[in-house]
Design a protein around this ligand. Structure first.
Ligand code: ADP
Length: 498
């Protein structure tokens, strides 16, 4: 029997899942780690805690599977993206808390770069929207605020990495300092076209090259774990950003195929094939994966508040007791009764990128009940996704023919039907919804020769349920017209927001 191990290093927890050669999960372990909020807008993780929780999850998952390290053909890592770690090469100790992707402390740095006219150059080279979300300004902040860091970086004493690099460093005892193009493409220091670190961007953000990891393929054996960690070395065979791994796990291998993950936020990834698409719609252009001799690019759009709007109904308004209760409540009415909810609680992401937008509830009349508000919340998740798909279509990357879905809120059948109706294309939910971990395992299995090709992997992907659109184009257009009027009312509200 052949087994693969996926390390799913997320924003709130570390997980390890053992898969068999049919792509079925056989055992898993999960550990949460602490979130630190030292100041408003700051979010930090302890990189050491991430490492120890991830290591312990591997040990626990192997024990639960009744397997030894020697039974594992290879491991793959899927990780939270952009989160920035700076460590000392000699000791492998982090110099400071990791700055998490959500952290806004460098928004002012981004504003200054924008005011100086650098946003277009950054977009052209990195494919990214100039924003504090990405690693470059976070790393610059660490170099400028950790005592002596810049001098030591220039002397070659320090290493930078996203969580993939950090975990590989720890797993190999410092033998490998590497990343893959799907992670590198989120740093804002990586050239999307040459697939190499970009000197112009390094100069712009004042980042010494000596800090950077070597860029290796997304799937390819790059080393092995220290023998003492798990009892025997395990080949490390894949590194991928979590959303890219999920896209791989959804078998979106063909140009034009797409997946949307409905978690706290929503992440839509569309495969655009062998060349990057320069978005005119403020979507991100990014690397999906680089297999030996073959790079696949993606367009990406994210919604900041997706499933989180359901948490707000539960915790903020007390309308429901459990997130899953929203389905029955929303299904008790045929529509939202004219109410529209724009959940711009943290501003709006793509395609608006409006940090000043705030949540807005419009169209209220005396007949509107809590059920209508619940329905409007589901509509809002789906409508934000439609805006991303429309932006991708305007970029010439579509038209989308179907959407594969995953994430916690994709379990909601009503939401999936609303999504199909508003998109006008089928929405397809797979049997295996742990797509991030599955993607990491599939990439590792390809590299280790467990599977020969993506085509072979595609056969393991199985549909659980398909939601067909039932509404007319006129109905969709009317809903979107109202939605955009509501979005317009949410925008430019918070006058002093960064
Ligand atoms: P993450 O990985 O971002 O933590 P998950 O994929 O675990 O998120 O999904 C959790 C999110 O999905 C929460 O925001 C929750 O409110 C939402 N959610 C969970 N179940 C449902 C449901 N049945 N209907 C709608 N939203 C749901």
């Amino acid at each position: 029997m052949t087994f693969l191990l996926a390390l799913d290093q997320g924003t709130t927890s570390s997980r390890a899942i053992v898969f068999d050669a049919a792509g079925q999960a056989v055992a898993s372990a999960q550990q949460e780690f602490r979130q630190h909020y030292p100041q408003p807008g700051w979010v930090e993780h302890d990189a050491d805690e991430i490492w120890t929780t991830q290591r312990d999850c591997v040990r626990l998952a192997l024990a639960r599977a009744g397997l030894a390290a020697a039974d594992i053909a290879a491991l793959g890592i899927a990780n939270q993206r952009e989160t920035t770690v700076l460590w000392e090469r000699a000791s492998g100790r982090p110099l400071a808390p990791a700055i998490v992707w959500q952290d806004r402390r460098t928004a002012g740095h981004c504003d200054r770069l924008r005011a100086a006219g650098h946003a277009d150059l950054i977009r052209a080279r990195s494919g990214l929207e100039l924003d504090a979300y990405f690693s470059a300004t976070k790393l610059a902040w660490l170099l400028d605020h950790v005592p002596d860091a810049r001098r030591r970086a220039e002397a070659g004493e320090l290493a930078f990495g996203t969580l993939d690099s950090w975990l590989v460093w720890q797993l190999t005892g410092g033998a490998r300092h590497v990343t893959d193009p799907s992670n590198a493409a989120r740093t804002m220091l990586f050239n999307l076209h040459s697939l190499a670190w970009d000197d112009t961007l390094l100069d712009l953000f004042a980042i010494p090259r000596t800090l950077l990891p070597e860029v290796v393929d997304t799937a390819g054996v790059l080393g092995a774990t220290r023998p003492d960690l798990f009892g025997a070395p395990i080949p490390i065979a894949a590194l991928a950003g979590d959303q890219q791994a999920a896209t791989f796990g959804q078998a979106c291998f063909a140009p034009g195929s797409a997946k949307n993950t409905y978690g706290t936020g929503c992440f839509l990834m569309l495969n655009t094939g062998a060349t990057p698409v320069a978005s005119t719609q403020r979507l991100l252009s990014t690397v999906g994966w680089r297999l030996p001799g073959e790079t696949c690019y993606m367009l990406e759009g994210s919604v900041f508040i997706g499933g989180a709007v359901i948490q707000w109904l539960r915790d903020g308004l007390g309308l429901i007791e459990h997130a899953a209760d929203v389905e029955a409540l929303a299904a008790s009415v045929p529509d939202s009764g004219g109410a529209l909810l724009v959940p711009a609680f943290a501003g709006l992401g793509a395609p608006w990128w409006d940090g000043h937008a705030r949540g807005t509830l419009v169209g209220l009349t005396r007949g509107v009940t809590r059920a209508h508000i619940a329905r409007a919340a589901l509509d809002a998740i789906a409508l934000q996704t439609v805006d991303l798909v429309d932006a991708m279509n305007r970029d010439g990357a579509g038209p989308l023919r179907e959407l594969r879905v995953d994430g916690g809120a994709a379990r909601n059948d009503l939401l999936m039907q609303i999504q199909a109706d508003l998109l006008g294309v089928p929405v397809i939910r797979p049997r295996q919804t742990e797509t991030t971990a599955l993607g990491a395992a599939c990439l590792a299995g390809l590299a280790a020769g467990v599977w020969r090709s993506p085509a072979e992997l595609a056969r393991h992907w199985q549909e659980e349920r398909r939601f067909e659109p039932t509404r007319s184009a006129d109905w969709r257009a009317a809903r979107l017209h109202d939605w955009h009027r509501a979005v317009a009312r949410s925008r430019a509200w918070a006058e002093d927001a960064p």
